[in-house]
Design a protein around this ligand. Structure first.
Ligand code: SF4
Length: 358
């Protein structure tokens, strides 16, 4: 072991240095915590027991690895949690986009480059810098890439509190940011956990279009539009289709209404700026994309992960929620023949809805 490790002032300085390096690498903030997540583990297990995770079997397929960092990476003593703001300019007119049924609403985090690669690379650079300073310790970087209770760790590391909508909220910056973690066996001093400031507010619970926030801090993912449009591989239950409106990939409503997001800052990261072809695109144009065009337009973007079939399924629902017009009906009818059985069923729903509209 490096003799410097017993030197507490040195570790304190190193922790400050790590936070400074994180900022230099484009993170907006970093914090450090230990690996104990007892309370968060019981909340998570309760959520799984209720079946609120729906088809996300990966949430329960790793045993205790998700809630016990030492089970995932033996020897882990600390977690360095870092956050990076992603708010693009398009966030500023998100409500107007949601009101315009001819335009597709794409969750604002997914308008630019897929964040996974970008953040993992920066975390690797941060690990390398720490390693140059203090050799012989282990560092493993994750960003939504392994079973990690990332919001619980970030809350413990002082980066924000988990709001009633289950997203992490920062008092100075709102909730539009990505998280990444470095697991390490370096015994750094830990930060104070964040304090919850939701108070008596319930705006996110009240606004949710599908009532997915069934109580404070309790999300039934099976009702959540993000889950329905991104995670769900099968048919979208009919009871939620009208409420989806024009949301074709994810949903931001619970964050848009949150009063703390008046403090959110526009991103300075060029990779998170909206791509032109995904910035408030016309629904019909998106629906006309062939599979090759879909792959081309979503190259390096998170949307590509859901694949063409789910993309078409989601757009079919959004078209069903439009004001009826001949162009839309013709597009749905034309596309139907060459679509998969699942997409056809959603097209049929959309046609039925448009025809029965007053
Ligand atoms: S909308 Fe209100 S209750 Fe919901 S996370 Fe924000 S502050 Fe908390």
């Amino acid at each position: 072991m490096d003799p410097a490790i017993d030197d507490k002032p040195h570790l304190h300085d190193l922790a400050q240095q790590i936070k400074q390096w994180a900022r230099e690498l484009g993170f907006d903030e970093a914090g450090i915590t230990d690996t104990s997540l007892h309370e968060q583990e019981s909340h998570f297990l309760h959520w799984l027991e209720k079946g609120f995770h729906g088809e996300m079997d990966y949430m329960k397929s790793h045993g205790t690895k998700r809630s016990r960092p030492t089970d995932l990476i033996p020897g882990t003593l600390r977690v360095i949690s870092a956050r990076m703001d992603y708010m693009p300019h398009d966030m500023l007119h998100a409500e107007a986009t949601l009101q315009n049924s001819d335009i597709a609403y794409i969750s604002r985090y997914a308008l630019g480059k897929d964040y996974h690669k970008l953040i993992r690379k920066r975390l690797a650079q941060l690990s390398e810098r720490i390693n140059n300073e203090l050799d012989g310790y282990e560092y493993r970087a994750f960003t939504d890439s392994a079973p990690v209770l990332e919001k619980a760790l970030a809350e413990k590391a002082g980066l924000g509190w988990i709001g009633k909508h289950s997203n992490l909220l920062n008092k100075q910056r709102g909730s539009y940011f990505f998280l990444g973690e470095i697991y390490t066996n370096l015994p750094l001093p830990v930060d104070k956990p964040a304090i919850n400031h939701c108070g008596s507010c319930s705006a996110c619970i009240d606004v949710c279009p599908t009532q997915a926030i069934i109580g404070p801090y309790q999300i039934d993912a099976r009702r959540c539009i993000s889950y329905l449009t991104i995670e769900l591989k099968t048919s979208i239950p009919k009871e939620f289709r009208s409420a989806m409106g024009n949301r074709v990939y994810g949903c931001d409503d619970c964050q848009l209404v949150c009063p703390w997001n008046k403090f959110a800052q526009l991103t300075t990261e060029a990779g998170f700026l909206a791509r032109e072809d995904l910035s408030d695109p016309d629904l019909l144009k998106l629906f006309e994309w062939t599979e090759d065009e879909f792959l081309k337009h979503t190259e390096g973007n998170a949307i590509r992960r859901i694949g063409y079939e789910r993309w078409q399924r989601n757009i079919a629902v959004a078209l069903g929620n439009c004001v009826p017009c001949d162009n839309i009906i013709t597009a749905l009818q034309t596309r139907r023949e060459e679509s998969t059985v699942m997409v056809q069923e959603h097209i049929d729903w959309a046609l039925e809805k448009l025809k029965s509209a007053p």
